[in-house]
Design a protein around this ligand. Structure first.
Ligand SMILES: [Fe+2]
Length: 390
C-alpha cells in the first residue's frame, strides 16, 4: 500500500477545501477579462473565456451570459453542446415575472431565490434550474442607459457571495457591456452587408428570371448538403453568402446570351463560361471575403480538371465551391428551361451519383446523397436498380 507524504496530504486537503481566490488571483482574472475585451475572439469564444475568468474571479461554480436579441426584444443565452460545434439557445421574455426581467427593469444587481416554489425562478429554463442549486446573482450589462445583457453567477464555493464579490462583478460588468456592444455593432454591419448582397442577387434575378429563383434554391440545397458534412460555423456562414453570390458574374453577360430562349452556341458558351471570372473581377478586391469569393469563383471547376474557367483539379478546389457545384448542377437539371423540360429529382440525383469523383467531389456527393434520401424528393427506393436494369 502506498503512503502519502505530508506535502501530498496538505495538497489533497487544500484541494478539497473550497478556496477563495487571493487578491493576486483576482487581479489576474480582472486583467484577463480586460484583455478579452480587446481580443479578436468570436462572440461565442469570448463568452466561453469570459465566463471562465469570472468563475475564477469570485470562486463560483457557474457563470452565464444573457444577451438582448434586438429583433425580438427578448433575452437569450447560448450554451455549447457536446463538442462545442453546435449551440443550444434559450429565450427569456423580459417581464417582472422572471428574474431576468426583474434585473433588466431595475437595472440593479438582483439576488435570485433558488427555490422550486419561487415562480420567478421556475420561469428560468430547466437546465438552469437544475444547475443553479445554491445561490445566484444577476447583474445588468448596461450600455448608454440600456440593458444589453445580463451576467448570472451561481453556486458560490463558500458560504455565499460577499459584498466584495458583487462590487468586483459590477466593475467587470462595465467591461462586458462594452465588449457585447462592440460585438452587436459588428453583427449589425454584417447584417447590413448580407442585405446588400441579397439586393445584388435580386438585381441579377431581375435581369434573368431563371437565375433569380435558381440562386435561392442553390443556396438552400448547398446549406442542406453542408449540414450533412457538419461544416464549421465560419465555413457555413461563408457558404451561404457564396451560394447567394455564385452567379453574380452573370451581371456582366450580355442579355442576348443570358436571356436566349434556345440552347447556346459554342461561341456563346465561351462567353457564358467566363461568368465566374467576371464575378471575381467585381468582388475580388474585398480581401475579408476571400473564402466567399473562392466559393463563387470556382463553382464550375471539376475534380478531374475538366471544369471552367480555370481547370483546377481535385483538392485545389475549395470545399465551399464543390458544394455549390453539386447544388447548382442539381437545380439546373431539375429546372425547366424554355427549350427543355426539367428532369425529375430522382433522375438528377442518380446523375450526380454517377459523376462522383469526376465532375463532383466524392465527399460532397456522399453528403448530397444522405440529404436527398431524407428529403421529400426521394420517392422510390428501387429507382436505382430499375434504372440500371432498363
Ligand atoms: Fe454559374
Amino acid at each position: 500500500m502506498s503512503t502519502r507524504t505530508s506535502k501530498e496530504i496538505i495538497q489533497l486537503l487544500s484541494d478539497l477545501e473550497p478556496r477563495r481566490p487571493s487578491s493576486s488571483d483576482r487581479f489576474r482574472a480582472v486583467l484577463e477579462i480586460g484583455k478579452l475585451c480587446a481580443s479578436s475572439l468570436g462572440l461565442r469564444e469570448y463568452q466561453r473565456e469570459v465566463t471562465k475568468q469570472i468563475r475564477k474571479l469570485i470562486a463560483c461554480e457557474h457563470a452565464f451570459l444573457f444577451r438582448l436579441d434586438e429583433d425580438s426584444g427578448q433575452m437569450f443565452r447560448e450554451c455549447p453542446l457536446n463538442d462545442g460545434r453546435k449551440w443550444q439557445r434559450y429565450d427569456y421574455k423580459i417581464n417582472p415575472k422572471n428574474y431576468i426581467g426583474e434585473c433588466v427593469h431595475s437595472q440593479n444587481a438582483t439576488e435570485v431565490s433558488v427555490s422550486p416554489t419561487d415562480l420567478r425562478f421556475r420561469k428560468l429554463d430547466d437546465t438552469l434550474q437544475s444547475l443553479v442549486t445554491k445561490d445566484a446573482w444577476l447583474l445588468p450589462l448596461i450600455n448608454k442607459g440600456e440593458v444589453i445583457g445580463v451576467l448570472m453567477v451561481a453556486n458560490s464555493n463558500e458560504s455565499g457571495f460577499t459584498p466584495d464579490d458583487l462590487e468586483i462583478l459590477e466593475l467587470c460588468s462595465g467591461q462586458l457591456a462594452i465588449a457585447l456592444n462592440s460585438y452587436n455593432l459588428v453583427e449589425q454591419i454584417s447584417k447590413q452587408f448580407h442585405q446588400t448582397v441579397l439586393a445584388m442577387a435580386d438585381a441579377i434575378g431581375k435581369k434573368d428570371t431563371y437565375t433569380g429563383g435558381h440562386t435561392k434554391r442553390v443556396a438552400h440545397f448547398a446549406e442542406m448538403i453542408a449540414k450533412e458534412m457538419d461544416l464549421a460555423f465560419e465555413d457555413m456562414r461563408d457558404l451561404r453568402l457564396a451560394a447567394v453570390l455564385h452567379d453574380v458574374g452573370k451581371i456582366g453577360i450580355e442579355d442576348a446570351i443570358l436571356k436566349k430562349k434556345a440552347p447556346l452556341t459554342d461561341e456563346e458558351f465561351v462567353v457564358m463560361r467566363n461568368h465566374p471570372a467576371i464575378g471575381y473581377a467585381i468582388l475580388g478586391h474585398i480581401k475579408s471575403l476571400s473564402n466567399v469569393i473562392d466559393g463563387m469563383r470556382y463553382h464550375h471547376e471539376r475534380p478531374d480538371g475538366k471544369g471552367y474557367p480555370y481547370g483546377l483539379k481535385g483538392e485545389d478546389i475549395p470545399i465551399i465551391a464543390s458544394i455549390i457545384s453539386v447544388a447548382d448542377t442539381f437545380d439546373a437539371m431539375i429546372s425547366t428551361r424554355p427549350y427543355r423540360k426539367g428532369l425529375s429529382p430522382m433522375v438528377a440525383w442518380q446523375e450526380i451519383l454517377d459523376y462522383s469523383g469526376t465532375q463532383f467531389d466524392c465527399r460532397v456527393v456522399e453528403a448530397f446523397d444522405r440529404w436527398f434520401k431524407k428529403s421529400k424528393m426521394y420517392r422510390n427506393q428501387d429507382f436505382g436498380q430499375k434504372r440500371k436494369a432498363s
